[in-house]
Design a protein around this ligand. Structure first.
Ligand SMILES: NC(=O)C1=CN([C@@H]2O[C@H](COP(=O)(O)OP(=O)(O)OC[C@H]3O[C@@H](n4cnc5c(N)ncnc54)[C@H](OP(=O)(O)O)[C@@H]3O)[C@@H](O)[C@H]2O)C=CC1
Ligand SMILES: N[C@@H](CCO)C(=O)O
Length: 431
C-alpha cells in the first residue's frame, strides 16, 4: 500500500470534528478511492480540555496552529479555524513555506489574502483547495474549475448564506418582522459570532468574490463587491412582492460586462416560481451560466458539520490522488487585476412608498420618474387597512433602469411634498 497522506488539522469545532468523523468512519472507503490511506497525524485547537464528542487520543496535540503547520510529519494542512488574520493566516503561510498543501473552509481568509496565498503556494509547488469555503457541501468550486473549464462564463449567481435565506423565508412563512426572526436565528445558533457577517452580506460577499475569480480569471476582489445586507427588508415588502409574484433573496451576482467586473450581494426580487425563488430555509443555491453549457443550478446544504466536512474531504482526497490544480483554476500570476464596474447593469426595480392621498400626488411621483428617465411598467395603489384615510401605499415596477437613475428619482421624490417616510427600492433580477 502506498504511504498514507497525513493531515494536520487546525480547528476542532463544527467543521473540524466533522472532518475527524469522516476520516475515522470512512477510512477504508477513502483509501480505496484515493489509492492510499488518509490519516490525521496532529491537531490544534484553543482548549485542550474541551469535550469534543470524538476520539482524538491517537493524534498529537499542538497548542499553536503555526507549530502544527510546520510539523514535518504532515503533508496537508487543513485549516478550519476561521478568521482572516491571526492564526489562520500565519499558520497557512507557515504551512506553504514548509512545503504543505492546504485545504481550507475559510472564505474570509481567501477573500482577503487569496491572491497572495495562491502566488506563494504556486511558487512553492503547493496547492490550495477551498471547496468548503463556498456553499458548504455543494461542489461548486470543482464544477466551475473542472467541469466548466471549457466555457466562457457569462454569470455566476446564488444564495450563499443559509442564515439570511432562513430569516427571509421564515419571515414570509410566519408573517413575522425581521427583528423577531433575527432573534430566533440567534437562539437556534445559526448566526456567526459576529452576526453582521451573515445579515450584512459579508460572508456571502466573500464567497461570491471567490467564484468570480475562478469564473472570470481575475484576482480576488472582495473590496469591489457591492454589499447590502437584509436588515432593511421589511415584512411588508416581502408580502407585497409575493402578491406580485416575487420572492426577496439575498442574491449574489457576478458578471463581466463592457464596463468591468460587476459583483453584487444585495437583496433582490426574483420570480417566485424560479429555482432561486423556491429556495427555502437555510439551503444554498448556486447558478452557473457558461456560453456552451447554458445554465446549471446546484442546490444543497451550505453549512453544518457533515456537508462542510464532505467538501473538505473531497479536496483532501483529490490531493491524496495526486490531483494538482491551480488555486483559482489557472496560474495565479495569470489572473488579471479586475476593473470594477462602477455601477450595476440596469434592471427593473420594485418601488414601494407611502404618499399623501390627495389629487396630483401620483402625478408628481410619475413626473419625478420621468425626469430621471425611468419608465413605469406596472403601478398599484393599495388601501392598507392600518393606514389613515389620507395616506396610500403605492407600488411601482419600473422598466429597466440604472441604479444611478433610481437614486436620482428617489431624491426627487423627497422634493414632491407628497412622500411620507422613506421609499423602498429593490432590484428585480432576471434569473
Ligand atoms: N460551520 C459551518 O457550517 C461552516 C464553516 N465554514 C468555515 O469553516 C471554518 C471553521 O468554522 P467552524 O468549525 O464553524 O468554527 P468553530 O468556531 O466551530 O471552530 C473553530 C475551531 O478553531 C479553533 N481555534 C480558533 N482559534 C484558534 C487558535 N488561535 N488556535 C487554535 N485553534 C483555534 C477553535 O478552538 P476551540 O474549540 O478550542 O475554541 C475551534 O476548535 C471557518 O472559516 C468558517 O467560516 C465554512 C462553511 C460552513
Ligand atoms: N454563516 C454561514 C455559514 C456557512 O458559511 C451561513 O449562514 O451560510
Amino acid at each position: 500500500m502506498p504511504a498514507p497522506l497525513r493531515i494536520g488539522l487546525a480547528g476542532l469545532g463544527t467543521v473540524g470534528i466533522g472532518v475527524v468523523k469522516i476520516v475515522q468512519s470512512h477510512a477504508d472507503l477513502i483509501a480505496a478511492r484515493a489509492g492510499r490511506p488518509v490519516e490525521i497525524t496532529a491537531v490544534s485547537a484553543r482548549d485542550p480540555q474541551k469535550n469534543r464528542d470524538a476520539d482524538l487520543s491517537t493524534y498529537h496535540w499542538e497548542a499553536d496552529p503555526v507549530a502544527l503547520a510546520r510539523r514535518n510529519d504532515i503533508d496537508v494542512f487543513v485549516e478550519v479555524m476561521g478568521g482572516h488574520e491571526g492564526p489562520a493566516r500565519l499558520a497557512t503561510e507557515a504551512a506553504i513555506a514548509t512545503g504543505k498543501d492546504i485545504v481550507t473552509a475559510n472564505k474570509a481568509l481567501l477573500a482577503h489574502h487569496g491572491h497572495a496565498l495562491a502566488l506563494a503556494a504556486e511558487a512553492a509547488g503547493r496547492v490550495i483547495r477551498f471547496e468548503a469555503a463556498v456553499a458548504g457541501g455543494i461542489p461548486v468550486i470543482k464544477t466551475l474549475t473542472e467541469g466548466l473549464a471549457g466555457n466562457q462564463m457569462r454569470r455566476v449567481m446564488g444564495v450563499m448564506n443559509g442564515t439570511c435565506n432562513y430569516i427571509l423565508t421564515r419571515m414570509q412563512a410566519a408573517g413575522l418582522p425581521y427583528e423577531t426572526v433575527f432573534e430566533e436565528a440567534r437562539q437556534l445558533g445559526y448566526l456567526e459570532a459576529d452576526p453582521n457577517l451573515d445579515v450584512g452580506g459579508i460572508d456571502a460577499g466573500h464567497k461570491l468574490s471567490l467564484l468570480a475569480a475562478i469564473a472570470f480569471g481575475t484576482r480576488v476582489s472582495f473590496d469591489n463587491v457591492e454589499l447590502e445586507g437584509i436588515g432593511n427588508v421589511s415584512i411588508d415588502d416581502i408580502n407585497l412582492a409575493d402578491d406580485m409574484g416575487y420572492h426577496i433573496k439575498l442574491l449574489g451576482v457576478a458578471q463581466m460586462t463592457g464596463r468591468g467586473l460587476e459583483q453584487r450581494m444585495t437583496p433582490c426580487l426574483v420570480p417566485a416560481e424560479s429555482p432561486l425563488g423556491q429556495l427555502q430555509g437555510g439551503t444554498n443555491m448556486v447558478v452557473l451560466e457558461g456560453d456552451s453549457v447554458g445554465q446549471i443550478v446546484m442546490r444543497g446544504a451550505g453549512a453544518g458539520a457533515g456537508p462542510t466536512a464532505s467538501a473538505v474531504m473531497a479536496d483532501v482526497i483529490d490531493i491524496a490522488r495526486g490531483t494538482r490544480l491551480s488555486t483559482f483554476g489557472r496560474p495565479a500570476a495569470s489572473l488579471a487585476e479586475p476593473v470594477a464596474a462602477k455601477s450595476a447593469t440596469p434592471a427593473p426595480y420594485y418601488l414601494r412608498m407611502t404618499l399623501l392621498d390627495k389629487p396630483g400626488a401620483l402625478a408628481k411621483i410619475a413626473t419625478a420618474l420621468g425626469e430621471a428617465g425611468i419608465s413605469i411598467d406596472q403601478m398599484r395603489q393599495l388601501n392598507q387597512p392600518n393606514e389613515a384615510d389620507n395616506k396610500a401605499t403605492v407600488l411601482i415596477v419600473t422598466h429597466k433602469a440604472s441604479p444611478a437613475d433610481v437614486a436620482y428619482a428617489l431624491a426627487q421624490f423627497d422634493t414632491t411634498g407628497v412622500l411620507i417616510g422613506a421609499p423602498a427600492a429593490i432590484r428585480i433580477e432576471e434569473v
